[in-house]
Structures are given as structure tokens and as C-alpha cells.
Design a binder for this molecule. Structure first.
Ligand code: S3P
Length: 165
């Protein structure tokens, strides 16, 4: 199972709750990158976005090929990789969706290099990526209109049904 979606849509926070309820491991690919390479904003500053995307593609691939049951949350731009999108086609992929107003109120902009300079970039980036999210999503959940615990429960129930069908 994989969670995808734009920055600030709740992939990590809701993903962790869902993994707990399902009793599976939770892997956050951004956190894996931080463990080996330090803060993502520093990776962008010191090595550039292309370097980050390359790293991300490898980390995502490693996370997805594991045979142990797990829930993997990807960074918002991971779906830019055609290789990653190909891998996702064989996997239950949950798209979490939010809106600009909610994100700009909630996220830590210092940790989001793509938004730091221009907070209005969120919507533009989403518009660019929406076709890619849609291409790989098995299902979409809106994370704006209910508390995280409620959304996590809804997704957990959906995943349980999906996997017993
Ligand atoms: C990015 C999203 C971030 C992180 C990096 C780039 C993006 O992850 O991978 O800052 O391109 O959308 P979150 O979606 O977890 O914020």
C-alpha cells in the first residue's frame, strides 16, 4: 500500500495512523532520505532538485520491492519519476488530496524547499502533477473536511475491504 499526494496532504501523519491500525510497518521515503542525507532542504540547496529526484527514485524503489507488508508514504514529487509510476501500477495506491488554503496554514514552509520561496507555487505544482497522480491512484481521499483520525479510519476500512475482495 502506498500513499501519494501533494505536499501537506497528510501522507505521513495519516499514513502512520493507518499503518498502526492495520498492524503493518510504516515507511516514509522522505524520512529515509533524511536518515542518510540530512535535511531535504539542505539536499536541495547543496545538490539541486535533480540529485534529490534521483535519490528519491532509488529510495522509493527499495521501499516498494520489500516483501514484508508495509504502508509506504512517498514525497509529493515522487510520481514525477516514470519508473516509480510504473512500479505503482501493481500496488494499491491511495491519493490524499487537500487544498492550498489548508496547506499554507498547516505546513512548515521551512521544510518544503519548493514552497519556501513562493508559497503560491503549491497550486501551480499540483496542476502540473495532477495527471500523474490520477494515472497511478487506485482511490482518492479528501483530507480537508474531517479530522485526521476519522480519515485514517475511513482509509483503513477501505483498505481492509480492498484486500479481502
Ligand atoms: C516535495 C515534497 C516533499 C519532499 C520535497 C519535495 C515535492 O515531501 O519530498 O520537499 O516535490 O512535492 P512531502 O510531500 O512529504 O511534503
Amino acid at each position: 500500500m502506498v500513499f501519494i499526494g501533494p505536499m501537506g496532504s497528510g501522507k505521513s501523519s495519516i499514513g502512520r495512523r493507518v499503518a498502526d491500525m492495520l498492524g503493518v510497518d510504516f515507511v516514509d521515503t522522505d524520512s529515509e532520505i533524511v536518515k542518510t542525507h540530512g535535511a531535504i532542504s539542505d539536499v536541495f540547496t547543496n545538490h539541486g532538485e535533480a540529485f534529490f529526484r534521483d535519490l528519491e527514485e532509488h529510495v522509493v524503489q527499495d521501499a516498494l520491492v520489500s516483501s514484508s507488508p508495509r504502508l509506504v508514504a512517498l514525497g509529493g514529487g515522487a510520481i514525477l519519476s516514470a519508473k516509480t509510476r510504473e512500479l505503482l501500477k501493481g500496488v494499491t495506491t491511495v491519493l490524499l488530496m487537500t487544498n492550498e488554503e489548508t496547506v499554507l496554514n498547516r505546513v512548515n514552509l521551512d521544510k518544503r524547499p519548493l514552497l519556501r520561496e513562493d508559497p503560491n507555487a503549491w497550486k501551480r505544482i499540483l496542476d502540473e502533477r495532477m495527471p500523474l497522480y490520477s494515472e497511478v491512484a487506485t482511490v482518492t481521499f479528501d483530507t480537508v473536511h474531517a479530522p485526521k483520525d476519522k480519515i485514517a479510519l475511513e482509509i483503513t476500512n477501505w483498505l481492509r475491504n480492498e484486500h479481502t475482495r
